[in-house]
Design a protein around this ligand. Structure first.
Ligand SMILES: [Zn+2]
Length: 270
């Protein structure tokens, strides 16, 4: 299946999305590698989701183990009227940063979704388990963090998704909630969304990019977040893939801010 990244993407079909995906800061080809000081395979997500097939919202979900999982790209929490945001952390787990993120979340009684690289979960299973036991949710973020995934074959993508799913699930142990797939760099295609759905995973995008992987300073991260902050936002941050000290500091301030603004913390549930 050919892919043609069309920046027109998302908002069109989703009734509740008042175009939250329109932070058009990045082109799909732009992401530079960040440092490489972190886990070898984990480059950060960067560009906003660009999925030419997003308008295909009527595509039926795939029946899987009795459940029905939609392949519609999820880029916002669907409102129950609550003033909630969904925090998401990508490219971990990382033994230095993930525990700090978890500690901050616990202080604020906040929940989050962690999009993990399969081999990282395999390397640090205790962190994946801790995330799961804390009541946070897990998200498959592939094996190799290839941000050009949409150009690859069905077989390649199936392995990227299924192998990481197995690695994360094995690390988390029983009862873990691995519900989503997030394509590296948001490089979704209809094929990738289909594979995810066939594996019981909902394709997960975001609406609010912190740009923390660029390390613009704590204020810069908060500015990025506040630009697109609104009820229902899915906020993208990173707990792996390099030096995340700015991300952790920004998170501390963000949680104070969100608390004082009366936000609650939710999962990207349809
Ligand atoms: Zn990533």
């Amino acid at each position: 299946m050919p892919s043609s990244p069309a920046p027109s993407a998302s908002a069109a079909s989703s009734p509740a999305s008042a175009s939250p995906t329109s932070s058009p800061s990045q082109s799909p080809s732009s992401p530079p590698s960040d440092s490489g000081s972190g886990t070898p395979s984990a480059r950060p997500s960067s560009a906003p989701p660009q999925d030419p097939g997003t308008t295909n919202a009527s595509a039926p979900g795939k029946a899987l183990g009795g459940g029905l999982v939609s392949d519609t790209l999820l880029s916002h929490t669907v409102g129950s009227g609550a003033k909630a945001v969904a925090l998401t952390f990508d490219d971990g787990p990382d033994p230095q940063w993930t525990p700090q993120v978890l500690a901050l979340l616990a202080q604020h009684h906040a929940k989050a979704t962690f999009c993990e690289i399969g081999p990282n979960a395999q390397r640090y299973p205790y962190l994946t388990k801790e995330i799961s036991t804390a009541g946070d949710r897990l998200c498959d973020h592939s094996v190799h963090h290839n941000e050009q995934q949409s150009r690859m074959s069905l077989d390649y993508n199936t392995h990227e998704i299924a192998d990481a799913q197995r690695e994360i699930t094995d690390a988390a142990g029983t009862g873990a909630k691995l519900m989503f797939y997030r394509a590296p760099g948001g490089d979704f295609s209809p094929m990738i969304r289909n594979i995810a759905a066939e594996h019981g995973l909902r394709p997960l995008a975001w609406s609010d990019d912190s740009n923390d992987w660029k390390r613009p300073g704590v204020n810069g991260i908060l500015r990025s977040i506040n630009q697109d902050l609104r009820p229902g936002a899915i906020i993208l941050m990173h707990d792996g893939g390099g030096d995340r000290s700015q991300s952790v500091q920004a998170l501390a301030r963000l949680l104070d801010q969100l608390d004082s603004q009366g936000y609650t913390y939710s999962f990207p549930t349809p």
